[in-house]
Design a protein. Sequence first.
Length: 180
Amino acid sequence: MPDGTVEKCGFEIFEFEEALATVNLKPQEIDVIIHTHLHNDHCENDYKCTGADVYVQKAEVEFFKKPHPIDHRYYSDVLDDVNVIEVDGDANIFDGIDVIFTPGHTVGGQSILINTSNGKAIITGFCCNEKNFPATGPAVASGVHINVMEAYDSAQKIKAMADILIPLHDLSIGRAKSIP
């Protein structure tokens, strides 16, 4: 295995720069980051992408600046020297790429909708896996949330909109070489 990689859950886990190198990129070549939310495990490498615009919901930025004391997943310095672009609700970011406001997991969570030739692919902005989206019946709210009612409503919204679901923390996505 390359330096810094770890075998976990049946696939390799790379350090940030090593993962980008697998697709011939360097952090300073990244020009856009769209965050689903601002927990540290999602944004702690932003500062390495010195030319990037970082899109995040306004409500998430406000909560990030003054988190509730019980929510320890926000690190106050991860957005220092980062160009944050605040979005307020559902919005078109680029041709074929929208953000969908999906609070519940966090105050200002968002999911990312990408129009593809196979339909609307949505990267969920909340912790879930394929079990949260059964073929029949309502979607199931994730078990990790700040507001269970908003989490439930957000899951229903995404289930109704998506042709292709890409659950944010589903380990099978990490094992896949491509997403349909």
